[in-house]
Design a protein around this ligand. Structure first.
Ligand SMILES: [Zn+2]
Length: 139
């Protein structure tokens, strides 16, 4: 009962001891932290989005690990690695098209023009199979 006497009501309406309301202080801290985390996530999202501008081909909409893997392959190609070193193969029906696996589920297609390999697009294994069996270009 002696302790209860030292409690008082803060302007916020909570009851407690000390100069400031610890309940409100904790809430304010949690809110500030949540805001900072949201700002960091926003920043990361913006950085992530901005990186797509630098890519040789559009990698938007792909899972992030596929984006990273595709970028690493594009970098290797850019640095002069031969596509065979990246497990790339020529298409049977169109020898100017080269497919390079991007993990298990995705393929990077490139077109060869005048001896240069031009990245074309990344597609799923399924889309690639449809493309390969139709034997005509997709969109
Ligand atoms: Zn309070």
């Amino acid at each position: 009962m002696a302790k209860a006497k030292r409690q008082h009501t803060f302007p916020c309406g909570h009851r407690g001891r000390g100069q400031v309301c610890h309940r409100c202080q904790q809430e304010a801290q949690a809110q500030a932290q949540a805001q900072q985390e949201a700002a960091e996530r926003q920043q990361q999202r913006q950085t992530w989005q901005a990186q797509f501008e630098q890519d040789a081909i559009d990698l938007r909409g792909l899972p992030s690990h596929v984006v990273e893997k595709a970028r690493s392959i594009l970098r290797d190609l850019d640095q002069g690695q031969h596509f065979t070193a990246l497990k790339g193969k020529r298409m049977m029906f169109d020898r100017s098209v080269i497919r390079i696996p991007v993990g298990h589920r995705y393929r990077l297609l490139c077109r060869e023009q005048e001896g240069h390999l031009l990245p074309w697009r990344v597609m799923t294994h399924e889309d690639y199979n449809a493309y390969a069996s139709n034997k005509r270009p997709v969109g």
